[in-house]
Write a protein of this length. Structure first.
Length: 339
């Protein structure tokens, strides 16, 4: 017959063996009660069944489909506007992918059917170089596709965009002539026009009347206009005859009628205004009013590289010398309606 002392000793040895048999927290899952994630059984409770191993594993990351791109980027590359503007259209529910209303962050492949405002998007091959045109705008044309007054539009003189849409990089007033740049890339247009990039605009200006040195000093230092302070980064006299004087001016912004308003603030009238440069792109001397030339793929790449860092010094103007000598073209408005 066992004594009380022997029984107590045997109970202590059994408890020690059970305690020593427990595995540490880094043990491999076995599905037994007591594993991490299970609740210990308490009074009146049944031990909780261990969860399947698959439930403990992190959810697999779904890889993007091969050849897919972000939807707002695809829309911008198609010439429909900047990436930010395309995100707004997606949020507004104007874009569908394969019949489903798109959401921010969607990715698409060339096989997906994308519609914007109910119109199917025609996409070029992936990685296709955007098109860029240089147009010499004459006075008497408006930079718009839709003019209630029915005035001539610059878009009447451009060739078909072939699946894209021509975007004007900056605008010129109805009575202003000179360099206009058109592209099928919303990204390129945004990088050249957005105020934060401060891309230079250079103009030749003919002013009517006597220009005093104090007025020129004020235009260089800064003048307060209705929409804030503005000034010319560079202002240089270039002679003239009679009551007319020519100036070469440089700005880093594109506010409406900014050149005319600056001179008007000094009591001066601009009798002729012509843009001759926009960033790295200069108006070729042989390009006559109403004519355009298309940049080569090499010049488009140089322009794209420059817009990635628009503040870098200009070592060579675009178009290249060879492209600038290419034969300019002029299209008949009757053959090519505005687009």
């Amino acid at each position: 017959m066992k004594t009380k002392t022997q029984a107590k000793s045997k109970a202590r040895r059994g408890a020690g063996q059970r305690s020593g048999s427990r595995k540490g927290p880094l043990r491999s899952p076995t599905g037994k009660p007591g594993k991490p994630g299970s609740r210990p059984a308490g009074p009146g409770m049944q031990p909780q069944e261990a969860r399947p191993e698959a439930a403990l594993s992190p959810a697999p990351v779904v890889a993007a489909a091969a050849g897919s791109e972000k939807l707002h980027k695809v829309l911008a590359q198609a010439g429909l506007g900047s990436r930010r503007a395309m995100e707004e259209r997606i949020r507004a529910g104007e874009v569908t992918v394969n019949g489903r209303v798109a959401t921010i962050g969607d990715r698409v492949t060339p096989e997906d059917q994308v519609k914007v405002g109910g119109q199917s998007l025609r996409r070029g091959p992936a990685g296709q170089t955007p098109r860029v045109l240089i147009y010499h705008k004459p006075e008497g044309e408006i930079v718009s596709n839709d003019d209630p007054q029915g005035r001539p539009t610059v878009f009447q003189h451009l060739p078909p965009a072939r699946g894209g849409k021509w975007l004007a990089i900056g605008r010129l007033d109805f009575n202003t002539s000179g360099l206009l740049i058109f592209t099928t890339s919303g990204d390129l247009a945004n990088r050249m026009m957005h105020p934060r990039f401060e891309v230079e605009r250079e103009y030749a200006v003919r002013v009517l009347g006597t220009v005093h040195p104090a007025a020129l000093d004020a235009l260089r230092a800064g003048v307060r206009l209705d929409d804030g302070v503005a000034r010319f980064e560079h202002l240089e006299e270039e002679g003239g005859e009679g009551a007319n004087r020519w100036f070469r001016v440089l700005l880093r912004e594109g506010r409406n009628r900014i050149v005319r308003r600056l001179f008007e603030s000094q009591g001066l009238t601009v009798s002729r205004l012509m843009r001759v440069r926009f960033g790295a792109v200069a108006l070729p001397p042989q390009l006559k009013r109403g004519q355009f030339i298309e940049l080569s793929s090499g010049d488009v790449k140089r322009l794209s590289d420059w817009t990635a860092q628009p503040g870098q010094p200009l070592t060579e103007m675009i178009p290249s010398e060879a492209a600038a000598r290419s034969r300019p073209r002029r299209l008949s408005p009757s053959k090519h309606p505005p687009r």
